[in-house]
Design a protein around this ligand. Structure first.
Ligand code: DAH
Length: 338
């Protein structure tokens, strides 16, 4: 039996040395050490040995198993090393690596986050509404009559259902008041859509930031104070801000806001940045009609609203000359802001 074990060991070591890949090596292992392997079977012969022979042959058997196992492990390490060397053959592993590029925040998101941050500190909560709107929320409830030019087929994207792509975020004012009793103080960022001719300052999709504050005794002084504070925080304490009378159907009185800004070394000039006004009582009446209560009774509450173009703010902020850059997603453009 001892001779048999030695033959098995010799054969096994020869087969291991010859195994050309891991599969062949594993086949040798199974054929010798597996359940039905040669050495395993030889070991089962131990049963018939006498008590004196058993310990010595046990040692021989263990030594053989050990030698074979070690040989398999060494051969496997050798094969892996060969494979590694082969896979990097012809490759210069001393060349410096390529750095992974880092993403950045889109310029529109940068100004949106900053604007919202300022308004949140003044107690405005974030609100949202759908981009596919009803005529009611986009126009009627905002005191915008059926014959208003903004409602024209050539200015607005309509669906067959009668719904439309909202032309401004002011619709969120209505949705908020329909579901929340005053006081409400919200800021609503989002996309708006118009059938504009596309050029350097117009796209059919753009982004706005809407604000609304309704409570008891909100006055024009609150409107001016809040928005002056906002633009000072946004453009710097010494920035001049002016309110120019204007018309919007949903506010009375209404204003456009200009700030005096210096853009890249040129002489400072007035730039229009937002629309605003005191919420028109007709808007409160429309909301009261849907709610069926007197929470927004025009004799009990007042409020102010404002809307600004975020694309405009971003273009001014970063000196971007063409609004189309904001949607083209050219990494050479975007990476300048991160
Ligand atoms: N919705 C207006 C627009 O798209 C902007 C605006 C003006 C919003 C006055 C307001 C506001 O809330 O009070 O041009």
């Amino acid at each position: 039996m001892e001779a048999e074990i030695q033959t098995i060991e010799k054969d096994a070591l020869a087969a291991i040395a010859e195994a050309g890949d891991e599969q062949a090596l594993d086949a040798v292992r199974v054929a010798v050490l597996g359940k039905k392997g040669r050495l395993t079977q030889a070991a089962s012969g131990m049963r018939d040995l006498s008590a004196e022979e058993k310990p010595r042959l046990g040692q021989v058997l263990n030594a053989a198993r050990q030698a074979i196992t070690t040989a398999i492990d060494e051969r496997r390490a050798g094969l892996e090393g060969d494979a590694d060397r082969k896979s990097v053959k012809g490759m210069d592993v001393t060349l410096p690596g390529r750095a992974a590029s880092r993403g950045g925040v889109h310029p529109l998101t940068l100004v949106e986050d900053r604007a919202i941050g300022i308004l949140r500190r003044m107690g405005f909560a974030l609100a949202t509404g759908p981009e596919i709107e009803t005529e009611w929320h986009c126009f009627d409830a905002l005191n915008t009559p059926a014959d208003h030019p903004a409602r024209n087929e050539s200015d607005t994207f309509y669906f067959d259902s009668g719904k439309l792509l909202r032309t401004h975020t002011s619709s969120v004012q209505i949705r908020t008041m329909e579901t929340q009793a005053p006081p409400v103080r919200i800021v609503a960022p989002g996309s708006a859509f118009r059938r504009d001719e596309i050029d350097a300052t117009h796209l059919s999709v753009f982004n706005q930031l809407e604000g609304l504050y309704v409570a008891r005794e909100v006055t024009l002084a609150d409107l001016k104070g809040t928005l002056e504070f906002f633009f000072h925080a946004f453009y710097g304490e010494s920035t001049e801000v002016r309110f120019r009378p204007h018309f919007f159907p949903f506010t009375e009185p209404s204003f456009e806001i200009d700030v005096k800004l210096e853009i890249t070394g040129k002489e400072a000039k007035w730039i229009e940045v937002a629309g605003c006004g005191m919420v028109d009582p007709a808007v409160f009446e429309a909301v009261s009609g849907t709610r069926g209560d007197d929470a927004y009774d025009p004799d009990g509450v007042t409020g102010f609203a404002f809307g600004m173009g975020l694309d405009r703010l971003a273009m001014i902020e970063f000196g971007i000359s063409d609004i189309r850059h904001l949607v083209e997603n050219d990494v050479r453009f975007l990476s300048q802001f991160s």
